[in-house]
Ligand binder design. Structure first.
Ligand code: SER
Length: 319
């Protein structure tokens, strides 16, 4: 992995993953792919090349791969779960037609491809505790439908054409550089912003709703480590369960109150997000990722909370 195209480079994951890969491969071309209205700015723009890369435009993707001799594509273009319920056709177009364009370009030009899956690829019939790597999925959200199909199509291109596709099933990702947009797990990011700014938090997810969560540095490490893993060790490909922590809003509130004893949270449950959250695992079993490519998280809830609060205080200039 040397010349890399990150599609969706200005999103929650892309804005940090692009910078991490540029740091790891200063000799390579690490292209920040973006769509109109989501142009890279600041350090992301100044530290390397940037190109318009709309997944729905196969010719545009092929031209970037040729121009920069791209060997690896990180495909982070997606509508998250709650937005995808509002715009299911657009979600399908980006997540499925877009993926097909990427896989075709990868097949023709010999690129490896990482297209993340998610806890959203599971559904109500999935075992919710210690969710196995290989189990019933059958999600009911459009986001989940596209994520299961992403896993299957990525595996299809590997088995049929030898395209080096690999992926993880990300938990809810908590970060402090770029906000997520329209996901079910966003509350676990927004709650930290509210606490640090001294605001009350209105939680859209009910008490007692457990979901897998992960701090962004671990998510970036997973994406890079998997793409650099020895392929002969991989029994699975699309996509590996990876886990770091599991909590409900009450546990998160209590943790934040260790730092901000006056922090206040009340509930206004959003029925769309709650139905999605109820259908997702409480806690995944990630033993296959651990065994096949050495996955292990660094951050638990304590370490993450300490770092999130320190980073957000810095970001907002709060002493
Ligand atoms: N964080 C995503 C969402 O909530 C799940 O992968 O939609």
């Amino acid at each position: 992995m040397k010349n890399v195209l990150v599609i969706g480079s200005t999103g929650q994951i892309g804005s940090e993953l692009t910078m991490k890969i540029r740091g790891l491969h200063p000799e390579g071309n690490v292209v920040a792919g973006y769509i109109p209205g989501a142009e890279p700015k600041g350090i992301l723009l100044e530290s390397g090349p940037a190109e318009l890369a709309d997944v729905r435009n196969a010719a545009q993707l092929a031209a970037i791969v040729d121009k920069y001799h791209i060997d690896t594509i990180y495909n982070l273009a997606a509508l998250l779960s709650a937005v995808a319920e509002r715009k299911p056709l657009l979600a399908w177009d980006i997540q499925m037609n877009g993926l097909l364009n990427i896989l075709e370009v990868a097949r023709e030009k010999g690129c490896a491809v990482f297209t993340p899956s998610s806890i959203g690829s599971f559904g109500p019939e999935t075992p919710h505790v210690d969710t196995p790597q290989d189990t019933i999925q059958r999600p009911r959200s459009m986001y989940g439908v596209t994520k299961v199909a992403t896993e299957l199509l990525s595996d299809y291109y590997f088995h049929k054409y030898g395209v080096d596709t690999r992926a993880v099933r990300f938990p809810g990702l908590i970060s402090n550089v770029t906000l997520p947009g329209g996901g079910t797990t966003d509350y676990a990011v927004e709650i930290y912003y509210a606490a640090v700014k001294g605001e009350e938090f209105v939680c859209p997810i009910a008490a007692g709703t457990y979901m897998d969560m992960m701090y962004m540095p671990d998510a970036l490490k997973a994406a890079v480590d998997l793409m650099e893993a020895d392929p002969s060790k991989l029994i699975h490909r699309n996509a590996f369960n990876i886990a770091a922590m599991s909590f409900d809003p009450e546990i998160l509130r209590a943790k934040i109150q260790e730092y901000y004893p006056d922090f206040k949270m009340r509930y206004e449950v959003d029925p769309v997000r709650q139905a999605i959250a109820d259908s997702w695992p409480d806690k995944m079993d990630d033993s296959c990722a651990r065994a096949e490519w050495g996955w292990a998280p660094t951050y638990g809830l304590d370490e993450m909370t300490r770092d999130m609060i320190a980073c957000l205080k810095k970001k907002f200039g709060i002493a």
